[in-house]
Design a protein around this ligand. Sequence first.
Ligand SMILES: CC(C)(COP(=O)(O)OP(=O)(O)OC[C@H]1O[C@@H](n2cnc3c(N)ncnc32)[C@H](O)[C@@H]1OP(=O)(O)O)[C@@H](O)C(=O)NCCC(=O)NCCS
Length: 122
Amino acid sequence: MEESAWHLVAMRDDEVLGYGRLNAFDSRLYGISQMVVASAFQGQGVGRQILRKLIAIARDHGASKVQLSARTHAIPFYRQEGFETRGGALSIRQNRRGACTDGEAHLNRYMPAWGHVDWASG
Ligand SMILES: CC(C)(COP(=O)(O)OP(=O)(O)OC[C@H]1O[C@@H](n2cnc3c(N)ncnc32)[C@H](O)[C@@H]1OP(=O)(O)O)[C@@H](O)C(=O)NCCC(=O)NCCS
């Protein structure tokens, strides 16, 4: 399968409020990246709308899993939309003096699988 990407831009009038990208790695595995909301519009639900829309696009295309890498401060934002940290994977960046700056976490969101059930009649 050729890799596909969706670029979602949230706008009000001519103003860009936020952006997020979705990539299809294969028919079941998708990835979200580059999530950002302009600082003046953060905390107003724009990021959640972008994230939900990207998840919906992945679901509509048959994704069973969506993965992303996030800065640790943003983990609660993604957890609210069903993402889980992958096996506790967490890498912490350090500055030149060895002090911890922000880290990066890897998160997954699993999509429910819908099976087909044949109900026996009678
Ligand atoms: C992280 C970011 C994309 C979230 O977008 P946003 O529009 O500010 O978030 P929303 O207003 O949609 O927030 C949705 C929920 O997540 C929570 N949330 C958002 N950012 C959060 C953060 N950094 N830490 C904890 N919770 C956060 C909100 O409080 C809100 O929860 P509530 O409904 O219970 O109040 C945005 O703040 C941003 O671009 N930050 C700077 C760049 C960045 O960190 N990008 C992400 C890199 S992984």
